[in-house]
Write a protein that binds this ligand. Structure first.
Ligand SMILES: *[C@@H]1O[C@H](CO)[C@@H](O)[C@H](O)[C@H]1NC(C)=O
Ligand SMILES: *[C@@H]1O[C@H](CO)[C@@H](O)[C@H](O)[C@H]1NC(C)=O
Ligand SMILES: *[C@@H]1O[C@H](CO)[C@@H](O)[C@H](O)[C@H]1NC(C)=O
Length: 377
């Protein structure tokens, strides 16, 4: 009885707190509440569930050092993942489920749902790469299982991009705080889940497959209808999506994130390929329109959020739990990281790859660092 009485007393206090929070900040800043969803820049974690940490034995296929919950806590507001069919289930896998299998889509969505429950003033975006052509009903099943559909925003039209998007405050007030895009999902065949937005009906992206720091480009690459043509991409009201991550080419066309370059790639200024300069260039290319999304690997490096805050004119971010952007906390060059690199390579060889000696050496990770400079690669 005492417990219930206490609960009754506490309940109004809790909701008053929630209301106070609502009045103060949206997506970590009071200045963003009145801004349209499409007008601000959202920091994205590329391949969000593919983590290079102890849970994957520091897989070289990992694109992030911290899991999705930690990413969101730190200010990431866009998470992307690849959906693959594995044993008749929908799994999140990096290129192939033999390389890195991060579990089911529904389990990942559940972790996002929990985060949304705990962070009532935040609007996030989920982008799924539909690698094995899941249908709207297949995907909807996963969202239903995660009990997250209630948070999904449904656009006024599933076949054309709107002129303006709701403000963060409007989305927060309605409780529709999750934007969901799928690359790709034919809108005409999607009758069951209109909240699943076909990515290229609403968004254009620059090139993502970049392996040289000097080769980042702001020009539209997808959808093909606007390839190379910024003007037509913008006049089609597509939201600018800026990929900004560097891969390195490995054996037989396999590409892995270029972790050695990431301190520069994600930096607000500095060397060739830095994020700050690239974002400024893209904003200019888009006639002063800031990119709606910036997608990076190892989001905590740079730190990438500095560039996003600058674009959003945010100097007073609140409610973030930051993670270190220095090397010490996140290096994969531990003995288990080295070992996992070899396991990955063995798996690739089993899948038909024929690694060269150089690749076997590479797979071990940072041998030079490990052996105190005895070997340089
Ligand atoms: C994410 O990582 C944090 C920190 O390592 C950990 O406490 C948490 O349990 C992880 N969350 C999930 C859903 O794996
Ligand atoms: C970078 O771009 C140049 C010019 O388009 C091209 O010749 C070169 O192959 C690119 N480099 C890489 C590594 O993709
Ligand atoms: C930030 O300020 C610039 C320059 O005044 C403006 O163009 C841009 O729209 C602002 N962005 C946001 C999200 O407030």
């Amino acid at each position: 009885m005492l417990g219930l009485g206490l609960l009754a007393l506490l309940a109004p206090l809790v909701s008053a707190d929630a209301l106070a929070a609502r009045a103060t900040a949206c997506n970590n800043s009071p200045d963003l509440c009145s801004k349209s969803y499409g007008e601000i820049t959202h920091l994205g974690a590329h391949d969000s569930p593919f983590v290079r940490d102890a849970s994957t034995d520091f897989s070289t296929s990992g694109n992030q050092f911290f899991n999705t919950t930690v990413q969101l806590d730190a200010g990431v507001r866009l998470v992307t993942a690849q959906v693959h069919k594995q044993n008749n289930e929908w799994h999140l896998c990096h290129s192939s489920c033999d390389l890195l299998d991060a579990g089911t889509l529904s389990a990942w969505l559940s972790s996002i749902k929990t985060w949304l429950d705990n962070n009532p003033n935040e609007v996030i975006t989920v982008l799924l790469v539909n690698s094995d052509d899941a249908s709207a009903s297949d995907l909807n099943g996963q969202f239903e299982a995660a009990n997250i559909v209630k948070y999904a925003y449904t656009p006024p039209s599933k076949t054309s991009a709107p002129t303006t998007w709701p403000t963060l405050q409007e989305l927060i007030n309605k409780g529709t705080r999750m934007m969901t895009f799928v690359a790709s999902l034919d809108p005409s065949s999607n009758t069951v889940a209109p909240y699943l937005m076909d990515e290229f009906t609403f968004i254009f992206e620059n090139q993502f497959d970049v392996t040289a720091a000097a080769n980042f480009s702001c020009l539209p690459n997808r959808p093909s209808s606007v390839e190379g043509n910024t003007e037509s991409a913008l006049s089609a009201k597509l939201l600018p999506f800026m990929n900004h991550f560097l891969d390195q080419q490995e054996l037989l066309g396999i590409e892995i994130p270029n972790v050695d370059a990431v301190d520069t790639t994600n930096a607000p200024s500095g060397g060739t390929g830095n994020l700050g300069t690239a974002a400024t260039t893209c904003k200019q290319t888009y006639s002063g329109r800031q990119p709606t999304f910036i997608l990076v690997d190892f989001f905590n490096k740079g730190p990438a959020i500095s560039t996003v805050d600058k674009l959003n004119n945010v100097t007073n971010a609140v409610g973030r739990i930051s993670v270190p952007s220095s090397d010490s906390s996140s290096s994969g060059s531990t003995s288990s990281g080295v070992f996992k690199g070899l396991v990955d390579l063995v798996n690739q060889a089993k899948m038909g790859a024929e690694p060269t000696i150089g690749n076997w050496v590479w797979a071990g990770g940072n041998w030079g660092g490990l052996l105190n400079g005895g070997i340089s690669l």
